[in-house]
Write a protein that binds this ligand. Structure first.
Ligand code: TXA
Ligand code: MG
Length: 296
């Protein structure tokens, strides 16, 4: 099988497509950084079959356990102290003493992981700095040339990358917002620790998820040679609407695909309607600010 041979595999997940490799094999992991043009200081997420396997790799306290119980399998990643360093190699962790780990919900991701029988690291399958792929065709276009195999799982249901939460020294911090919202997390572990960790999380570079055309957020109309990605009824051309009915889940699922499709028409610029900031809106606005070149 490709993973065991140290090759890369395009793997669908419920969030975005990943570019997967054997987490314990430094040469395979090096191929990921090369294929994506990703800076080596930016660590990867290890994908595992279940919470028991997660706890064999990372040290979970009672809060991490409660989060795993509440949201796995699903679109949430836990950063916790590493227990088994060799199972997620140093290069994959960027030399950190912590490890990011998640149990994906997508049936085909689960099948890949269980067929392989160990942790699989998988960053989003885009080249570094580009929007994450949410369709099979977009994933193949981005990094297919570097993959030994590719699994078609259809369109990703969630459309934005997993929520990343760190549980370190008894403190729970939100490092990257996602479809498991701040409110969802707080319902399980209480108020989150407010820190600047979000800015220190190695992967949170300012210009990220960016298409080629310049992106302007919180726009109400676009000039005729630009495209407006609307939100809500009667806003802009319905073909370019993130969600005609103003639904945040639908908008998240359409976000990266529509950014890519808009970009392909070579517009002078891409304009995006204001998106509410509550719930999943925090993750959508986070990705849009980065696409527009602002520091989150
Ligand atoms: O939904 C997802 O999470 C997708 C799918 C394929 O599972 N994967 C994904 O991976 O988005 P990637 O590599 O694009 O994003 C991983 C994020 C980065 O922001 C990285 O800096 C952060 O997780 N991360 C990984 N390990 C970390 C650690 N030990 N401490 C802090 N942040 C960490
Ligand atoms: Mg990524």
């Amino acid at each position: 099988m490709a993973l065991r041979a140290g090759q890369l595999v395009i793997m669908p997940t419920e969030t975005v497509y990943g570019l997967a490799a054997d987490a314990s094999n430094p040469e395979a992991v090096a191929r990921i950084f090369e294929a994506k043009g990703r800076p080596r200081f930016n660590p990867l997420i290890a994908h595992v079959a279940d919470a028991v396997e997660a706890e064999s790799i990372a040290v979970f306290d009672s809060q991490a356990r409660a989060l795993a119980e509440a949201f796995w399998p699903g679109p949430m990643t836990i950063v916790a102290p590493v227990r088994a360093r060799d199972r997620v190699c140093d290069l994959a962790r960027a030399g950190l003493d912590s490890v990011a780990i998640r149990v994906p919900g997508h049936a085909k991701a689960r099948a890949v992981i269980s067929a392989f029988g160990g942790p699989v690291v998988a960053p989003s399958a885009n080249r570094s700095g580009r929007p994450s792929p949410t369709t099979f065709a977009d994933a193949v276009e981005e990094t297919g040339a570097s993959a030994g195999a590719a699994v078609d799982g259809g369109r990703c249901a969630v459309g934005v990358e997993s929520t990343v939460v760190s549980v370190l020294d008894g403190k729970v911090s939100l490092l990257r917002p996602g479809s498991v919202t701040r409110e969802d997390l707080e319902a399980v572990v209480g108020p989150l620790h407010e820190s600047d960790q979000g800015h220190r999380s190695p992967g949170r570079l300012a210009l990220h998820y960016a298409p080629d055309a310049p992106v302007t957020i919180n726009a109400t109309e676009a000039p005729t040679d630009g495209i407006l990605l609307g939100f809500g009824e009667g806003v802009g051309d319905p073909r370019w609407s993130l969600s005609p009915k103003g639904d945040l889940r639908e908008a998240a699922a359409n976000l990266f695909r529509l950014l890519r499709e808009a970009d392909r028409t070579r517009p002078s610029a891409i304009w995006v309607s204001p998106i509410p900031t509550h719930g999943l809106g925090e993750a959508i606005n986070d990705r849009l600010r980065r696409a527009a070149g602002f520091v989150g």
